[in-house]
Design a protein around this ligand. Structure first.
Ligand code: GDP
Length: 314
């Protein structure tokens, strides 16, 4: 089936990147824009690391048939040297991430925008779909803990292993998005919120002005895919954050969190029936993506669901 609608995906670097890798297999480049979170970008050894954007690039390249090299020999050597010199011990970057971060930092220092750097990487990796950072301005997420400290995102995530308990996620309030992103959003028919961490991958995107008000206004249909299956995250701290933030530790917590935005919600058959009383159109299916074929399957099912809502005029 030819896709003749404009689709936007909001994504982080794991679950969101898998759905992105599914969508590039079924939606032509001119119809799909992927917006990546940069809230967990960080500076290390003088370099700018963009974890989610890089992982999106790796996953898309993989789905399109040019598997990048994930070796870690150089990364481990640098890490050992840094630690032996008294530096932090929490970067787990692969060789490719070190290489991309070197290149990104040099390009940014030459005056290129993060949007231009990301386009450059997509071209290098044979990706013709559009991948955009949520903003060209730095927009670091911070974590305020119940013990009163405010930590940078990588400190909390890598160094502290998601501890101590989270009081609040602090997102910058004055970041604006880029002109190319606004252009894509203004032409969007469908927005898909990927199965990413709602608090530290999706909210940082929505908080960048004016992404959330535009999503509430322009696209006809907004659907989200759950990152929580049977009360657990496939990977990462999403379920723990639901608990820390006193939200239901289930798909109901995710749906409730997005409720002002959504026209439809995709969740797992393992949770079938849990959302029957919420009054939001839903699709239940196997939402776990174990391989590239699974990514395409879930992307197709999500897209068909969104198109059916569009047809009904939601
Ligand atoms: P991050 O920035 O690297 O944490 O990436 P994301 O926010 O995109 O992804 C983290 C979320 O992806 C976690 O909450 C996982 O539960 C979810 N996730 C990972 N793989 C899958 C999957 O195959 N299916 C679903 N439904 N969620 C997944």
């Amino acid at each position: 089936m030819t896709v003749d609608k404009n689709i936007i995906l909001l994504a982080g670097g794991a679950g969101g990147a898998k759905l992105a890798a599914g969508l590039v297999q079924i939606v032509p480049p001119e119809r799909l824009t992927i917006i990546g979170n940069t809230g967990d970008d960080y500076g290390y050894c003088g370099l700018t690391f963009s974890h989610d954007l890089d992982h999106l690039v790796f996953k898309l390249a993989d789905a399109l048939g040019s598997t990048p090299d994930f070796a870690t020999a150089v990364g481990k050597a640098i890490q050992t040297l840094v630690q032996a010199t008294g530096g932090p011990s929490w970067s787990e970057a692969t060789d490719l991430e070190w290489g991309m971060s070197l290149t990104r930092t040099a390009m940014l220092q030459e005056g290129k925008s993060l949007t231009e750097v990301t386009r450059h990487f997509c071209e290098l990796f044979g990706i013709s779909h559009t991948l955009l950072p949520m903003s060209d301005q730095p927009s670091p997420t911070q974590i305020k803990t119940k013990e009163g400290e405010t930590l940078s995102f990588p400190e909390w995530f890598v160094q502290r292993n998601w501890e101590p308990e989270v009081e609040e996620i602090i997102l910058p309030q004055s970041t604006r998005t880029s002109a190319p992103l606004m252009q894509a959003l203004n032409q969007a028919d469908i927005v898909i919120i990927g199965p990413s961490n709602p608090f530290v991958s999706i909210s940082p995107i929505l908080e960048v002005y004016p992404i959330k008000p535009t999503i509430m206004d322009i696209p006809e249909v907004v659907v989200a895919v759950t990152p929580i299956i049977a009360g657990k995250a496939v990977k990462g701290p999403a379920a723990k954050l639901l608990k820390d933030l006193r939200l239901p530790r289930s798909v109901a917590g995710v749906l409730g969190y997005y409720s002002d935005l959504l026209d439809g919600f995709v969740y797992d058959t393992k949770d079938d029936g849990l959302l029957d009383d919420f009054g939001v159109p839903t699709l239940t299916t196997d939402t776990y993506m174990k391989d590239t074929a699974d990514m395409a399957r879930l992307a197709q099912e999500t897209l068909d669901f969104a198109l059916s809502l569009l047809e009904k005029g939601n």
